[in-house]
Design a protein around this ligand. Structure first.
Ligand SMILES: NC(=O)c1ccc[n+]([C@@H]2O[C@H](COP(=O)([O-])OP(=O)(O)OC[C@H]3O[C@@H](n4cnc5c(N)ncnc54)[C@H](O)[C@@H]3O)[C@@H](O)[C@H]2O)c1
Ligand SMILES: [Zn+2]
Length: 353
């Protein structure tokens, strides 16, 4: 019988046979069966070095003999780290039938997913994201990779994991600021994809502010379903995935100008509101998005020192999504229905005024 507090969903993808995503409090207990279902010849865990006790506990549950820790700082997503991990996999006699289990936030799942994709040209991969941002976004969709020459995610692949297990109890140790930034990605998706879910998030907001377990589970499950619906329709990143970039055109520019002083989700929240203003979205819609972000404890005002249209434009027009002079944004023209609008230097200046 299906437990009502657990989401256990299967998505049919071209690339992998069938991707199973399990979300809920305590679903860590199901990991052993998930791994066993992949008929492994050994299990190796790659985990965030900050999550050693969790990794050891899970290692015992699933019979992993090799645990490899990675410090998840700004140097983690680098080719030298990929090489070190690959050498350690070799030393641990990893074969094509070994299952890799990754435990950590988006930094770790991006890195380990890349290693799993290229080691012996691909070994089975089970992703266990431990931050709201990785549960609601980074660990979904199969994109993995590392940075190069100071540029984010320059090397990588799109390869779906075999399973994703998200135990919302793992979020308990996450600081509030990080807990909230991942929820911004859910609000972003609902704003451009699903008005009913946006309204549901408005209802859940007070409970999310206090990190209520049931509200968290429902919110993560919504994020999984919205993102996976887009990914199933657009596995190889064509046009449909554009909806997932809402808030990110100006948000990325703000994040880079902030130079590490703003977390990604917070920059995206500011970017969402600035993009609505730049695209002249109906003020009632912009206000609803602003109110919901405030209700979960996220600020939407771009700080004065980052409200520099000339510098932001310079960054935005060199963004990898800009083509032939066009800088596209995906904005909620109606709640739950987005459209592509080009950002211009003038509209950006208006948004920042
Ligand atoms: N692949 C994609 O589609 C995609 C999408 C969005 C973001 N990303 C990537 O995700 C990364 C950011 O991921 P993130 O926001 O999850 O941050 P993160 O993985 O860098 O983790 C942030 C911090 O939280 C700590 N942490 C992780 N889990 C914890 C827990 N349960 N309790 C306490 N501390 C914990 C980490 O040690 C780290 O210090 C970036 O590298 C970004 O490029 C990828
Ligand atoms: Zn994002």
């Amino acid at each position: 019988m299906q437990d009502a507090a657990v989401m256990d969903q299967h998505y049919e993808l071209q690339q992998t046979q069938r991707l199973s995503v399990i979300v809920g409090a305590g679903v860590e207990a199901r990991l052993a069966a998930v791994v066993e279902g992949l008929s492994p010849d050994g299990v190796v865990i790659i985990h965030d070095a900050a999550l050693c006790s969790q990794a050891q506990r899970i290692g015992q549950l699933i019979g992993a003999k090799t645990l490899l820790a990675v410090p998840c700082d700004a140097q983690a997503k680098r080719l030298n780290v990929v090489e070190r991990l690959a050498e350690e996999l070799h030393a641990a006699n990893t074969t094509r039938a070994t299952v890799m289990v990754a435990i950590g936030g988006g930094t770790l799942t991006d890195l380990a997913g890349f290693v799993a994709a290229i080691y012996l040209r691909g070994i089975a991969f089970v992703s266990c994201p431990t931050t709201t941002l990785s549960m609601c976004d980074a660990a979904l969709g199969g994109k993995n990779g590392v940075d190069l020459c100071g540029l984010k995610n320059r090397l990588g692949t799109i390869r779906q994991p075999n399973a994703i297990v998200m135990d919302t109890d793992w979020l308990q140790s996450l600081p509030d600021e990080m807990f909230r930034e991942g929820l911004v990605e859910v609000i972003k998706k609902a704003a451009v994809l699903d008005a009913d879910r946006f309204a549901k998030l408005e209802q859940l907001a007070p409970a999310l502010l206090t990190r209520d377990a049931d509200a968290t589970m429902q919110t993560v499950a919504m994020a999984v379903d919205m993102k996976m619906t887009v990914v199933v329709a657009d596995e190889h990143e064509g046009d449909k995935r554009r909806a997932l970039n809402a808030g990110h055109t100006i948000g990325h520019a703000i994040e880079s100008l902030a130079n590490g002083s703003l977390r990604h989700g917070h920059a995206v929240a500011m970017g969402m509101i600035a993009e609505c203003r730049a695209a002249k979205v109906d003020t009632a819609i912009t206000q609803r998005v602003t109110d919901l972000l405030h209700a979960i404890g996220v600020d939407t005002d771009t700080p004065a020192h980052l409200r520099n249209p000339a510098k932001l434009w310079e960054i935005a027009r060199h963004d990898k999504k800009a083509v032939r002079g066009h800088v596209p944004m995906y904005v909620p023209m109606m709640l739950g229905a987005g459209a592509i609008v080009d950002l211009t230097e003038e509209s950006l200046a208006r948004a920042m005024s």
